[in-house]
Write a protein that binds this ligand. Structure first.
Ligand code: PLP
Length: 375
């Protein structure tokens, strides 16, 4: 395969070189392809950290309601949804920006804050877009590696943060690894932030974390640093296919510039209605999260018993060292109709990430891993 970066089309059109050189985003495998490779219909989809319980019936009712008018433009300001979130979070609605998934907010933040040559800090292994979107703006990205015991390297993070990168992107709980920063750790990193740095705390998996984990929004509220907390309806609320996430900004000026960096009608009418309905049925989300947390502990203990080194997790997935090339193991699992994510960042190819699914899918994963280990 030709891996060289093509900076122009074959008929001479020059591309934006920063965009042409972007690494690909490692998205989960398409289910139709998985069916054709495995010859099975019952695919266990454990690659994209979706909610296997589906979503609240209130969401399905909102989507079927005659109030939904697909022929009208949706409210570009997402006024009702921002109002509901503002009330729930105790934040002024003018500090909240709604995105077409929180991934759009990562792109908008990068576009709003970064200029060519700016420096960004994140971690490795990383959530791909924390690197890809800054690179698309011509920024340079430094990545602090996880520790031997599969945790955050606080000393190294503190050191690079104190050098004043323009933006720090950290997910906590951490995708793909799983642990969350505890309160002292988060406070330590906040204390290292110098004027001119924006700290973006991506809490996509916030709802899955134990009560012992801090609410980043609360901790950051007590600091006076510029910050953005990202949350999403894709995971705990089960709306991944509808694309709704949001940015809670430390002040309205920051929210205004992030808003300016996105497209105006970015969140469609169905997505807005669904998110509002989901917020109205928190009990469904909490019941699902409780079940998934229980499954997470059960699967982690079984992986441990099979001899895998598993990272601690405050999320709906587990990250473990599969003692060989994870792509080989992922291919063997695919033959059994199970899609997982083999990690491909350099130095981390031994790791595999598996989403917590239904109890049945989790059992299938464990049986298939046991079978693969016997080979
Ligand atoms: C850490 C993190 N941030 C953001 C996202 C994007 O989520 P969405 O765009 O579906 O809201 C994901 C999705 O997997 C994620 O893991």
């Amino acid at each position: 395969m030709d891996n060289s970066v093509k900076t122009a089309s074959s008929n001479g059109l020059a591309f934006n070189p920063d965009v042409a050189a972007l690494p690909p985003y490692n998205a989960g495998m398409n289910v139709a392809i998985a069916r054709s490779i495995s010859g099975r219909n019952d695919i266990a989809r454990l690659a994209s950290n979706e909610n296997p319980d589906g979503c609240s019936p209130a969401v399905l009712a909102a989507l079927a309601s005659p109030d939904l008018e697909p022929w009208r433009y949706a409210d570009p300001a997402c006024t009702t949804l921002r109002g509901a979130l503002g009330l729930k979070l105790g934040v002024d609605a003018d500090r909240i920006v709604i995105g077409n998934g929180s991934e759009e907010m990562i792109a908008a933040i990068s576009r709003a804050i970064l200029v060519a040559g700016a420096s960004v800090l994140t971690v490795v292994p990383s959530f791909g877009l924390h690197e890809i979107e800054p690179l698309a703006q011509g920024a340079t990205v430094a990545k602090v590696a996880m520790t031997e015991d599969l945790g955050f390297d606080l000393t190294a993070l503190e050191q690079v943060i104190s050098q004043g990168p323009r933006v720090v992107f950290l997910s906590s709980p951490w995708n793909p690894v799983g642990p969350a920063l505890d309160r002292p750790a988060l406070e330590r990193l906040i204390a290292a932030v110098r004027p001119g740095t924006l700290l973006v705390l991506d809490e996509a998996y916030f709802e899955f974390a134990d009560a012992s984990c801090p609410n980043g929004l609360e901790v950051l509220r007590q600091s006076n640093i510029p910050h953005i907390v990202l949350r999403t309806f894709s995971k705990a609320y089960g709306l991944a296919g509808l694309r709704v996430g949001y940015a809670i900004c430390s002040d309205a000026d920051l929210a205004r510039v992030v808003t300016a960096a996105k497209t105006p009608f970015n969140v469609n009418a169905a997505a807005q209605a669904a998110a509002i309905a989901a917020l109205g049925d928190e009990a469904w989300m909490q019941a699902s999260v409780a079940r998934l947390r229980g499954e997470r502990e059960r699967v982690a203990a079984s992986l441990d018993a099979l001899g895998f080194k598993v990272a601690s997790s405050q999320t709906n997935f587990l990250f473990f060292d599969c003692r060989g090339d994870s792509a080989t193991l992922a291919a063997a699992l695919l033959q059994e109709g199970i899609i997982v994510k083999a990690w491909r960042e350099r130095g981390y190819e031994r790791y595999l990430r598996a989403t917590i699914g239904t109890a049945e899918d989790n059992d299938r994963l464990l049986r298939a891993l046991e079978k693969a280990a016997r080979r």
